[in-house]
Structure formats: C-alpha cells, structure tokens
Write a protein that binds this ligand. Structure first.
Ligand code: FER
Length: 256
C-alpha cells in the first residue's frame, strides 16, 4: 500500500462535521461518532496501553475522517471508542493491560456494541462491523478475532500483536500464536473475515507483529487472501503515524 500523507488541511475543522456523543454504562463510558451523513457501517477503535477512549477521538483524527467523508473518499461510518480499563484500575503495565483487554471482549459484546448501536439507531450485521486498534488495542483486535467472529468480519490491528500465548507472544511464540489463531477460526466455524495488519519498520511492536504474520503464512488455507499486511518504512509507535495508516486503510476497510 502506498502510504500517502494526510493532507494538511484535513487536520483543520471541516464544514461538514460529525458529532460525538458520550454513552454511559455502569461506571464507564464509550464515545460514539456519528458522521454528518447517513452511515451503513460501524468501526470500533481501541486505544493503546495507558490510554483511554479519548485517544482516537482527538481533533486531528475526527477532522480527518470528517474531511475524508466530505470529499467522498470514505463512505460515511459510525465510529465507537470504548476504554478497556476498569475505571478503578491504576496498574497500566503491559501485564495488567494484557489481562484487561482479554476480559474486555465480553464487555464489548454485552455492553458496548448493543449500547452504541442503539444510539446509532440500528444494529449492524457482522459484514458491516469492523474492529481495529493501536498497540494494546491491536492486541484487543486479535482477541476479538479469536472470540467474536460472530460480531466482526473486518479486523484492523495496528502495531499490536496477538497475546494469546503470553505478553508479546506474537514475537516470542509466533508458531504457537499462529496455531492459536487458526484453531480459534476453526472453533468459530470458519466464517468469512478480513484482516488488515499494519505497522512501521521503526515501530517497537514491529518485531512482534512481523514474526506473527510470517508464522500465519504457514496457514495459507486459513489466512491466505483474507490477511493483508503492510509495513510503512520508518513508521514509529505513535498516534500520528497510526492516523496516517488509517487515512490510507479506511477507504478499503469494508471492501477488501
Ligand atoms: C506489542 C504490542 C503491544 C508491543 C507493545 C505493546 C513492544 C504495548 C505496550 C504497552 O502498552 O506498554 O507488540 O511491542
């Protein structure tokens, strides 16, 4: 994929802007972005370690999406930004975050998806639902693949590997991780799906994700065409870089 730069003016407010709403549940909340035009798709975006639901929903990113939709480069979509941490959690180390994101898949299913889609005015089918995330949010995305293929067809793990075989397991145990993913696909009845993994050559998660994706290549009958992988030369582990990946990947997300 040719990783075009985000046009500078896309970071400025757009005349045609979507709206962000706060959705409370229990002692937590998620954020819902409704675009300025009617939308038929929904993307759940998961933040990184130590972060929150506000990381993706910052002016730069929301302005960019508004502009992409306004310019006709991106079909309108809802976006949901939840937070995988318990509000009382103070330990945000990778070990603790790894436990939180695995647990979060049940909360996503039970609370976040129904609440967000009630507010969006309709329930979406799995073919119109995507999940993606950065770093620990990428780890979350791989857990969603392993446990929630009934909910999602589209997966966008960004600079995060699968931790099914332990912390940074995609790097430490690539073959076992690839097998765990293939087994999870089998266990869930092999529905259609599409994964687009992206990272950068200078990203701290690069060695982990890269080893995992290579090991997944040993399962061509499972992942073959359904897995796309892009590495941006020089890409680092920060949101500015991730927003550039999203600028390039979002238009094709539901269409691969
Ligand atoms: C990775 C996936 C997630 C990784 C780091 C993380 C270094 C997250 C770290 C953190 O939340 O502190 O592959 O590689």
């Amino acid at each position: 994929m040719d990783m075009k730069r985000i046009p500078r003016e896309y970071l400025e407010p757009c005349d045609s802007a979507g709206k962000v709403e706060r959705l409370d549940y229990g002692d937590k909340y998620a954020l819902l972005y409704a675009p300025a035009q009617p939308a038929e798709r929904i993307l759940y975006l998961i933040h990184g370690g130590g972060g929150s639901q506000h990381d993706f929903f910052c002016p730069d990113f929301l302005n960019m999406v508004d502009h992409m939709i306004d310019a006709g480069e991106l079909r309108p979509l809802y976006m949901v930004a939840p937070c995988f941490y318990d509000p009382k959690e103070t330990d945000k180390t990778p070990a603790s975050s790894g436990v939180a994101v695995k647990k979060f898949i049940d909360e996503l299913r039970r609370d976040v998806v129904p609440l967000a889609e009630r507010h969006a005015g309709r329930a979406f089918g799995r073919g119109d639902r995507a999940i993606g995330g950065f770093s620990m949010g990428g780890v979350t995305t791989w857990y969603a693949f392993m446990e929630a293929l009934d909910l999602f067809h589209w997966f966008l793990p960004l600079s995060g590997d699968c931790w099914a075989c332990g912390e940074t397991g995609g790097g430490k145990h690539p073959a076992e991780t690839a097998k765990a993913l293939a087994d999870a696909l089998e266990r869930q009845g092999r529905p259609g799906f599409s994964i687009h993994a992206i990272t950068g050559s200078k990203d701290i998660a690069f060695p982990n994700l890269d080893a995992q994706i290579r090991a997944m290549g040993e399962y061509p009958q499972d992942f073959g065409e359904a897995l796309a992988y892009d590495v941006m030369e020089g890409g680092v582990h920060d949101y500015e870089t991730i927003f550039r990946y999203l600028y390039n990947a979002l238009p094709g997300l539901f269409a691969r």
